[in-house]
Design a protein around this ligand. Structure first.
Ligand code: SAM
Ligand code: SF4
Length: 553
């Protein structure tokens, strides 16, 4: 059946989904497809979906609604719903959106190229799903969720030198509010040999920074050839790869933040000093109803262990507000926790009841929407104050930044907008897209509000070429190390750039986009709760020089 080979794919949700989309696109490209940004031009349209909150699903249904009559113009169009919502809602999707041709769950993504062809040539609906958690033994269910990782497509990545690497699939924690154990199946760690091979392949493609992904990434555990591999062993092995300059991992589970891992972070210089360890609530009763598996005292112990072992680490959290039975007093304890731990940033979500979860069956969703909204705002305001105070402490200092590239505004050619106001302000209220990990609609405090993927780098300082910066103040023969702030006035070839520090703080500054992928030093002049604002510091580089700039953050 003929088709125009144009593929449109829309991705909602977390980094796992971003990675899945990359892999699906790579597989379809091998079949001759190419990407388009226009869903109306494509005759293969895929939605990679998220089920964590209802809002994410509604968004997809409304997008699907817009394609209701697509077949009138493109008779051969194939419309597919893939990922978490596909696994969760299954044929319900055909009922709500009868023009959908294809439903493929998270554990069956490898089937997509075949099923797209099948759907097009037979015009019959296709569905590929893994077993439900209660449909078989744990082993059978696990076997029905395949880790789908071999093909990597650099063009689908935000930058060619940053990549996600899945180290675990699924989740067995069964927090009572969460659909992930259903949509992504049983927790399974990938064998280290597969992960290391993939990292090598990525390094050969030019990747310098890898972000290891898992729902509870620090629970990683595999026995391979009689040897037990923990997360600390895995990052140590990846650390040996000379091409890989920066290693990150998300998301951590508080109970599994073991000393060996913290010591590995302390001892391995290429590991980012950043830990995302969601607390979810500051109230023990709420944590118990959430079945998070730890108490606030456990979390406090963990924070003490973190601060003792890796004092320079930045910690961020997730919170759910308005969970079933959350009283005003319980909520105050979440505020207290933010005050106590001074998270670098927090992702704050209003509780959204999800069918199939324990909380949905056991507890009434009894916190009114306006109360959820107010608590969300209160927690966000407090977190933003703290983030801004902590960012302000960096004003006047210099930070090492791995340059990611032009900021979203600069990339859109809106430099005039980009420079004066900095736009780095807090994403207030639910519904702001954000940067680093929950791409779905949510409130996001204390981190960037752009679609950048968190990263830094560890390029030796000697690769900073002063002539790459906007207004390099080089005077041959000046003594080393000479550090001089470059005037920030924009000039030809200079755009607003973004980057991240070793602690994952977002930095915005002007510079030549050719700096992307390199480490540079930025003097911080100002800040918002979400962003540090600065200018590139130029220094003179003499061959053989080993003089290093102070590395503060
Ligand atoms: N596995 C990760 C963890 O345990 O932290 C996160 C997985 S989940 C995709 C990301 C965040 O969404 C959670 O940390 C939680 O704060 C939020 N979340 C999950 N289920 C939710 C629900 N039903 N309503 C609101 N927020 C929810
Ligand atoms: Fe969901 Fe809890 Fe698993 Fe995270 S740990 S994915 S919140 S069940």
């Amino acid at each position: 059946m003929s088709h125009n080979g144009l593929l449109y794919i829309e991705t909602v949700g977390c980094q796992m989904n971003v990675l899945d989309s990359e892999l699906v696109v790579a597989a379809l490209r091998q079949q001759g497809y190419s990407l388009t940004a226009d869903p109306k031009a494509a005759d293969t349209v895929l939605f990679n979906t998220c089920s964590v909150r209802e809002h994410a699903e509604e968004k997809i249904y409304s997008q699907l609604g817009r394609l209701k009559f697509a077949r009138r113009k493109q008779p051969n169009v194939v419309i597919g719903v893939i990922g978490c919502m596909a696994q969760k809602d299954q044929e319900l999707i055909f009922k709500r959106a009868p023009h959908v041709d294809l439903i493929v769950g998270t554990g069956q993504l490898g089937e997509i190229p075949r099923l797209v062809d099948e759907a097009r040539s037979t015009r019959k609906r296709q569905m590929a799903l893994s077993l439900d958690r209660k449909e078989g033994s744990r082993a059978d269910v696990a076997a029905s969720f395949e880790s789908y990782d071999p093909l990597r497509d650099p063009e689908m990545r935000p930058t060619p030198w940053q990549a996600y690497v899945r180290i675990m699939i699924g989740c067995d924690k069964f927090c009572t509010y969460c659909v992930v154990p259903m949509t992504r199946g049983p927790e399974q760690s990938r064998p280290p040999r597969d992960i290391l091979r993939e990292v090598e392949a990525l390094a050969a493609q030019g990747v310098r920074e890898v972000t290891l992904l898992g729902q509870t990434v620090n629970s990683y555990k595999v026995t391979q050839d009689g040897r037990l591999w923990r997360m600390s062993d895995l990052i140590a092995a990846i650390h040996e790869n000379p091409a890989i300059q920066r290693i990150k991992f998300v998301t951590n589970y508080p109970k599994d933040m073991t000393l060996d891992l913290l010591e590995a972070i302390r001892d391995l210089p290429k590991v980012s000093r950043y830990l995302h360890v969601p607390l979810q609530s500051g109230c023990d009763e709420v944590l118990k109803r959430m079945k998070r598996g730890y108490t606030t005292a456990d979390y406090r112990d963990m924070m003490e262990r973190i601060n003792k072992t890796v004092p320079d680490v930045a910690v961020s959290s997730d919170f759910i507000v308005g969970f079933c039975g959350e009283s005003e007093e319980s909520f105050q304890k979440s505020l207290d926790a933010v005050r106590e731990y001074r998270f670098k940033n927090s992702f704050i979500f209003k509780y959204s009841p999800r069918r199939g979860t324990k909380a949905f069956d056991l507890y009434p969703d009894d916190v009114p929407e306006d109360v959820k909204r107010r608590r969300n705002q209160d927690l966000l305001t407090l977190q933003n104050e703290i983030s801004e105070e902590d960012n302000a402490a960096l004003i006047g200092r210099q930070v090492e930044v791995l340059v990611e590239g032009p900021s979203k505004w600069a990339a859109k050619g809106r430099e005039a907008d980009a420079i004066p106001g900095w736009h780095g302000g807090a994403a207030v209220g639910e519904g702001k897209a954000e940067s680093h990990h929950h791409h779905e609609q949510h409130t996001h405090a204390g981190s960037g509000s752009r679609e950048i993927h968190h990263n830094d780098d560890f390029v030796p300082l000697s690769v900073i070429h002063t002539d790459e910066t906007s207004n390099a103040l080089t005077s041959p023969g000046a003594s080393l190390p000479a550090v001089s702030p470059a005037p920030a006035a924009p000039s030809a070839g200079v755009l607003q750039l973004t980057g991240r520090t070793m602690c994952d703080r977002i930095v915005v500054f002007d510079g030549n986009p050719r700096l992307s992928g390199t480490l540079t030093t930025v003097a911080i002049d100002d800040c918002t709760p979400t962003t540090l604002l600065g200018r590139i510091v130029t220094r003179e580089v003499q061959h053989g020089s080993t003089g290093l700039l102070p590395i503060l953050v």
